[in-house]
Structures are given as structure tokens and as C-alpha cells.
Design a protein around this ligand. Structure first.
Ligand SMILES: [Zn+2]
Length: 393
């Protein structure tokens, strides 16, 4: 039986020849080993053949395997400095042994590891259960998130710095948490990590949407396997779901299952907020098609064209469930200038009710792009304007 911890690492990590051999001096190894296991004496086995992903050092001691992922030595981009983390997570979760621990160790580095974005990633890691063996001098502690709302607001705060179509999003619908991420670049790291953290702190279901640019792209197999280890995460491929959706033509449930569409709406409109009443309770806000899925599916366009219209961020609004029903039932009509109208056959009392819950009688014009106006025209072509009057009349 081994009495000393056994430390293993690859001397050539990250395609840099001899890189780990250089930075993992005996002092550094001793510190890592002591902080993980409490032992200062250890044996070392180095490897040089396989490419060691995840900047990993492993330590075997008392039947426990410690996966220690190391920080970068140079922090430049916000994304490049966290790229190795998911590989470490994947290797950790792929290991079926029960006695294992995932740790993080800051080696000497240059640059700023404590931007808001890095703090967000570190807190997610802490939430997932990663143990930080040491902390940089300018950081007193890293706290886990205690609920989904905290993760959502942290995501919101870090989103502004990187508002590109390559971002990931987290929101809620009904009693489920929804995570949307593109399957490449930084988005896939963030979204995978958010899903794991969400799965840890909620008893409910987490829907994970792989938002592929085209049907050929999906999350790396190793990340899919990691997500599948959590019983409350359900993975969805946005493109396949959409395919099914068009053939079934069920617009009411489209928002639940059509990941790409919601991803695009989050990118264009920002977080969920009903545009007719400003309700921001994500659980009851849906993505509402302007030109209806049922109408699109009945046209003679080919699949690709239908797909684009159903998926288009200009073809959608955030609506609460009440307003979504009123809009879908054509009790409320939207004009191209943003004006809302009510159908004339609605009785006086119901009309008063609709007015009372509709605080925005004319929608903000910021989202009314030319394409959106075009979709409004398409929707309204089957309606008769004479059947309506302005909601503020
Ligand atoms: Zn509303």
C-alpha cells in the first residue's frame, strides 16, 4: 500500500514542449500536494507522450484521486484564460470512481485574473464543487452561488462586456431552467459550466440547448457525456427540435422546444420582458412569433426558407402568457408602427381588463426593424383592420 501521494503530470502540457517541467518546480508541486492532501512528501511520475488536456496534475492518495487543474501563467483574453477548465471537468466526470476531488490551483501568473468575468467563472466552478487550493493575493474568497437568480444576474452583469452572437444565456420557463449556448468558442464553455452549476443547486430540471449554426455542429462528445452524468439535465439539439416543430405546427409550445429561436431572441431583445406589460418574470415569458409558425409551415417555401423565418429574431417578441394568448388569438393586433389595437367584438368589461394589463399601448420602436415590420404585415394580411380599434382610444 502506498503511503506517499503519487503525483502525475505531463511535462509537455498544452503543446508547449517542456512547459510543465518548467513551471512545476519541486516547491510548486509540494505546495499543491500539501494543500490537496496535507502531505509534503510525495512521489512523482511524469509522462511525455500523450497530450495532457486540461492543464492537469493528478494526485493519488488514500484511494482518492485529486484532479488539480492549473491556472494559466498569462491572462490575456477572458476566454483563453478559462478554456482549459472544461477539459478538466470532462476528464473528472468521465472517471467513474467515487473517491475523487476536483481542485484548482493558481500558479504564478501575469495579468488580471479577477475581472468580473473571471469571478463569474470561478464562482460557477465553486458551485460545481471545485475546491480552490490557493487564491491570488488580491482575492479573499470565492463563494458558490446559492440559487439560480444569482447566476442569472451575474450572467447579466458580465454579458454587457461581450454582447456578441457568441454568448450563452440562462433563463427560466415554467419550472425549468433553460441554458442556451452555441456549440463552439467561449459560448460552449460558459453554457456547459452554467448547466452544471444550475444542476447542482436546483432540484428541478435543466434544459440545455445546443444552438448549432447548422445541423452538423454539436457540443464536443466529452461535454455531452459530462452533462449526461447529471440526471436533471436534458440536452436538446435546437435544429432537430425545430425540424420536428415545423412538421407538427404547434406554435404554443414552440417557445419551449425551439432553442435556436429563443437564443436569437435573447441576442436581439435581451432578457425576457413582456413588451406589452413589462412583466419580467422569466417563468411566464414566452417567445411569440409574429408571422405564425402554422402559417409559415403552410407556405410552399422549401424547408431551409421556412427554417429561417421560424428562427429569425426579427420574427419575435417577448410576451407574458396572458399577452401571448391575446396576441395569438388575434384579440390584440400589432400595427407596423408599434401601435396595439383591440378587436371590436371584445365586450366593454374585457376591453377594460385588457387595457388595465397592457401598460405599453404602443410598443417601443427600437425592435421594429424593416424585417420585423415585414413580418407584422404578413401576420396582419389575414386580419381585417376594420375589426379593430386602437387600444388607447
Ligand atoms: Zn404581458
Amino acid at each position: 500500500m502506498k503511503t506517499k501521494p503519487l503525483v502525475r503530470y505531463n511535462i509537455n502540457a498544452q503543446k508547449r514542449s517542456g512547459y510543465f517541467a518548467q513551471i512545476l518546480t519541486s516547491d510548486v508541486l509540494e505546495d499543491i500536494c500539501f494543500k490537496a492532501t496535507g502531505c509534503r512528501e510525495f512521489e512523482v511520475v511524469t509522462e511525455s507522450e500523450s497530450y495532457n488536456k486540461g492543464r492537469l496534475v493528478t494526485i493519488e492518495y488514500n484511494n482518492v484521486l485529486y484532479y488539480v487543474t492549473l491556472s494559466e501563467d498569462k491572462v490575456d483574453g477572458r476566454n483563453s484564460s478559462v478554456q482549459s477548465v472544461p477539459s478538466a471537468l470532462n476528464l473528472f466526470y468521465a472517471d467513474d470512481r467515487t473517491k475523487k476531488k476536483l481542485c484548482y490551483y493558481f500558479i504564478q501568473y501575469t495579468g488580471n485574473y479577477f475581472t468580473e468575468y473571471h469571478k463569474f467563472i470561478f464562482r460557477l466552478l465553486k458551485t460545481v464543487g471545485v475546491q480552490f487550493l490557493n487564491l491570488p493575493s488580491n482575492c479573499s474568497a470565492i463563494y458558490p452561488y446559492s440559487n439560480i437568480n444569482e447566476i442569472m444576474s451575474a450572467r447579466r452583469e458580465t454579458q454587457g462586456q461581450n454582447k456578441s452572437n457568441n454568448s450563452s444565456y440562462i433563463t427560466k420557463f415554467n419550472n425549468r431552467i433553460q441554458i442556451f449556448g452555441k456549440t463552439f468558442g467561449a459560448s460552449k464553455y460558459e453554457s456547459t459550466l452554467m448547466a452544471l452549476a444550475a444542476a447542482k443547486i436546483t432540484k428541478g430540471k435543466v434544459d440545455f440547448f445546443n444552438v448549432a449554426e447548422n445541423g452538423l455542429v454539436e457540443l464536443p462528445k466529452s461535454s455531452q457525456i459530462t452533462l449526461s452524468k447529471f440526471a436533471n439535465i436534458e440536452q436538446h439539439s435546437a435544429t432537430q427540435t425545430l425540424d420536428k416543430k415545423i412538421s407538427e405546427s404547434l406554435p404554443e409550445t414552440a417557445s419551449l422546444r425551439n432553442g435556436s429561436y429563443l437564443y436569437n431572441l435573447l441576442s436581439k431583445l435581451g432578457e425576457k420582458k413582456c413588451c406589452m406589460c413589462q412583466c419580467g418574470i422569466p417563468e411566464i415569458i414566452q417567445g411569440a412569433h409574429i408571422w405564425e409558425v402554422s402559417a409559415i409551415s403552410k407556405t410552399s417555401m422549401d424547408f431551409k426558407e421556412k427554417f429561417q423565418h421560424v428562427n429569425n429574431s426579427d420574427n419575435g417578441l417577448w410576451l407574458c402568457q396572458n399577452h401571448h394568448k391575446l396576441f395569438d388569438s388575434n384579440i390584440i393586433m400589432l400595427l407596423k408602427n408599434g401601435q396595439l389595437c383591440v378587436r371590436l367584438d371584445v365586450n366593454h368589461y374585457d376591453e377594460e381588463y385588457i387595457k388595465s394589463i397592457t401598460s405599453c399601448k404602443r410598443l417601443d420602436v427600437s425592435f421594429l426593424t424593416e424585417r420585423t415590420k415585414d413580418y407584422i404585415s404578413k401576420r396582419n394580411s389575414s386580419l381585417c383592420k376594420e375589426d379593430y380599434h386602437r387600444i388607447d382610444d
